[in-house]
Ligand binder design. Structure first.
Ligand code: NAD
Length: 432
């Protein structure tokens, strides 16, 4: 099939690569000419495990193309996928729809034969109707349907999740559109659970899922606070809870709070939608506030270990919002580091993948290291903020020799607590 994808970010690019790999003719469109030039020159603009190999392969076979021209990507396409951002509105915190609306308006005039316009961006309930109206207004002759096709990929596992999704949800209001999407996802039929629902249900499933996961993280973080007061160990508690198939083991890792480009903005957007519809969603509101406080609490915990030291030097391991990605959007690390800087600490940080993206946000307010040992030199405390596997291998004996004071605040419970203690560290994990 011929597919146009609008937006070549963390969703659009892996989706484009994946659909090309399945044999489709894919054109990725982005108005960011720098991104398109980079992609056209055969280089990637984001880091994702396994993306590079498939990207190169499909560019070479010419099944995957990049352009800034909406016309080139949309004209003659069977399916046009909208994968632009829906960031929080700067004032109201609802989903800011300006990118969606402008993409819908721009694509309208290039719709020729019957086309399915599918929204992969996370959009408020009712957006499909708005897109329909916008397109019809701009091009009254357009023959099209709008489908909701929410994306559930996890950053860091985008390629894995593209080829082995837990489920594919399709919100289509008629059979014709449904059949086009069935054709696009033919390789998954019989292998993956496909759920066909009303468009408004599909739009809601995405927000309901993300808000639920955010609440689960908030819950385990509160439970970790409880364990700290009572002598229980949250890792054991989480393990015991996770063995219950009704609960499941995922999203029960205590940490510095949820982050990334989705949970923070989607919980806020969900709370806004609930308020607008006169529904009081107390759990979501509690998770949003609890998560805000969580990052503050983590910064306070780190600062407490160096409270008697003038100009403390803090070694930070981990800047990305989670492992496997270079994405620092809403990373707890960014908020925690900013708070540490505000309190007068010197920071030197290392992340295996996110140094470039962190630098865009933090600039020269911190120093950046080349490896995970460099920040430790003369540091007064080590703060572990992202759960990269590499950090598990940190040689704690060597770390102890490099540091000025042997303090560790392990916000991910990644290091071996007993080994840290045996090496003379004042070790603090989370909830234990
Ligand atoms: P992103 O910011 O990484 O990428 C969006 C891209 O769209 C940018 O490259 C931007 O230049 C481009 N763009 C915006 N308006 C455009 C227009 N009119 N024409 C052409 N290009 C345009 O965003 P993302 O992380 O890929 O997220 C996209 C959507 O998918 C969001 O709604 C997000 O909530 C949702 N989502 C994201 C994830 C994730 O893990 N990042 C997972 C599921 C769903």
């Amino acid at each position: 099939m011929k597919v146009g994808i609008i937006g070549t970010g963390y969703v659009g690019l892996p989706t484009g690569v994946g659909l090309a790999e399945l044999g489709n003719e894919v054109t990725c469109i982005d108005y960011d000419s720098k991104k398109i030039e980079t992609l056209q020159s055969g280089k990637l603009t984001i880091y994702e495990d396994g993306l590079e190999e498939l990207f190169c392969k499909n560019v070479e076979t010419k099944r995957l193309k990049f352009t800034t021209s909406m016309k080139e990507g949309v004209m003659g396409a069977d399916v046009v996928i909208i994968a632009v951002g829906t960031p929080p509105h700067p004032v109201t915190k609802e989903a800011d729809m300006k990118y969606i609306y402008s993409a819908a308006t721009e694509l309208a005039e290039y719709l020729t034969d019957y086309t399915v316009v599918a929204t992969k961006s996370t959009v408020p309930v009712g957006t499909g109707d708005d897109i329909e109206t916008l397109i019809s207004k701009k091009n009254p002759f357009a023959n099209f349907d709008v489908v909701s096709l929410p994306e559930f990929l996890r950053e860091g596992y985008a390629i894995h999740d593209f080829f082995e999704p837990d489920r594919i949800v399709v919100g289509a209001n008629n059979e014709r559109a449904k059949n086009v999407i069935k054709e696009l996802y033919k390789p998954f039929v019989g292998k993956t659970k496909m759920l066909f629902v009303k468009r408004r249900s599909s739009e809601t499933i995405k927000y309901a899922s993300n808000a639920f996961l955010a609440i689960k993280i908030h819950y385990i973080n509160e439970m970790a606070n409880f364990c700290e007061k009572t002598g229980a160990d949250i890792m054991e508690v989480a393990q015991g809870m996770g063995l219950d198939s009704r609960i499941g083991p995922k999203f029960l890792n205590p940490g510095p709070g949820y982050g990334g480009s989705c949970f923070p903005k989607d919980t806020m957007a969900m709370a806004f939608m609930a308020h607008k519809n006169d529904v009081d969603m107390t759990l979501i509101k509690a998770a949003i506030e609890g998560n805000r406080q969580r990052k503050k609490q983590m910064a306070e915990r780190i600062l407490e270990t160096v409270k008697d030291i003038e100009n403390p030097k803090i070694a930070v391991l981990g800047l990305a919002f989670k492992n496997g990605t270079d994405d620092c959007r809403e990373s707890p690390s960014m908020d925690i580091v900013s708070e540490l800087i505000n309190q007068g600490a010197d920071i030197i940080a290392y992340d295996p993948k996110a140094m470039r993206t962190a630098c865009i946000r933090l600039g020269n307010k911190i120093q950046y290291a080349d490896n995970m040992y460099q920040p430790l030199k003369d540091a007064d405390v080590l703060a572990v903020l992202t759960e990269w596997d590499d950090f598990r291998k940190l040689d704690l004996h060597q770390a102890g020799q490099l540091m000025r004071h042997k303090n560790i605040v392990d916000c991910r419970n990644l290091l071996d607590k007993e080994e840290a203690k045996a090496n003379g560290f004042n070790y603090q994990g989370i909830g234990r």
